[in-house]
Design a protein around this ligand. Structure first.
Ligand SMILES: O=C(O)CCC(=O)C(=O)O
Length: 288
């Protein structure tokens, strides 16, 4: 990709195929004043669908996050090893684990997700009324040659509205050698794309697409839209690459669950009281 001279890469030139539920989507830019992000980050968000928030989590908090997550991830890994072929859907023993809904298991993680960092990002990038939609740890194990394929998060479970926020928190340094995120800038503006199934997960772009690498030091966050196609590369190192993912969606968001009897899909409100708690109510921290 050539440089535009303004520090931003031009949007990818491709006419994408859309998800069948994606009709009349319009990307809406977020206006300031912002609480956490800079004007340059807001512009990159709007034009490219991502930015890196450097050093957003301080070392002591990071250490505690890892201490809270590791035991649950070890259980997830052990459970995978018991399964035929050591795999369930996109999780594979000794390769890649997805440890979901950790806020149900750790008060520390719950408080972390409900804290000022995500309240500010929610205000800047989602709106005044926001809930935690999903949280999960993704650990990519040493010497794993397989990438995680190009996908949009809204391609895994279609939310209405389609645009929500994914915060990919690097718990360890994420580099091009151990599987940092890569993004396809600009495609978020089309809304949700058609995805197809591969052995490694859903996919919405040519496997050979290069995209932009988004390396992140431990404690930094790759912030992207649910509509930004992203992938992660192989882990060619001898260490585990650890990430914790926090996703925030507008209050009232509904997940379109496949349901033949309802004519294709059935909307399900995302307000599970235990794990999809409010992050912002009318722009403020919810009263406890
Ligand atoms: O962290 C990874 O390797 C991939 C995770 C990811 O892209 C996701 O969970 O959407």
């Amino acid at each position: 990709m050539s440089d535009t001279g303004n520090g931003l890469e031009p949007p990818l030139r491709m006419t994408p195929k859309l998800h069948p539920l994606n009709r009349d989507f319009r990307w809406e830019a977020r206006r300031g004043p912002y609480r956490r992000i800079s004007a340059a980050q807001a512009r990159q968000w709007s034009e490219q669908g991502f930015f890196v928030l450097e050093d957003a989590v301080e070392p002591a908090t990071l250490e505690r996050l890892i201490a809270e997550i590791d035991p649950w991830e070890a259980r997830a890994e052990a459970a995978l090893r018991e399964l035929p072929q050591g795999r369930r859907f996109i999780a594979r023993a000794d390769e890649i684990t997805f440890t979901v809904h950790l806020v149900l298991r750790s008060a520390f993680l719950r408080d972390f997700c409900a804290g000022p960092l995500f309240r500010d990002l929610a205000w800047d990038l989602v709106g005044p009324d926001v809930r935690l939609y999903w949280d999960q740890a993704v650990y990519k194990k040493p010497s794993v040659p397989a990438p995680f394929p190009w996908h949009q998060d809204n391609g895994y479970g279609f939310l209405d509205p389609q645009a929500y926020l994914t915060c990919w928190i690097a718990l360890t340094d994420a580099t091009t050698s151990n599987g940092c995120p890569r993004v396809l800038p600009g495609l978020h503006r089309h809304g949700t794309l058609e995805h197809w199934t591969t052995d490694l997960g859903y996919c919405c772009a040519d496997e050979g697409a290069e995209g932009l690498a988004a390396p992140a030091r431990a404690g930094s966050i790759v912030v992207f839209s649910s509509l930004t196609p992203h992938a992660t590369g192989p882990n060619l190192t001898s260490e585990v690459r650890k990430a914790y993912i926090v996703q925030l969606a507008p209050d009232g968001a509904r997940r379109m669950e496949p349901d033949e009897s309802a004519g294709g899909y059935r909307p399900v409100l995302q307000n599970d009281q235990d794990r999809q708690f409010p992050i912002l109510v009318a722009g403020r921290a919810p009263r406890s």
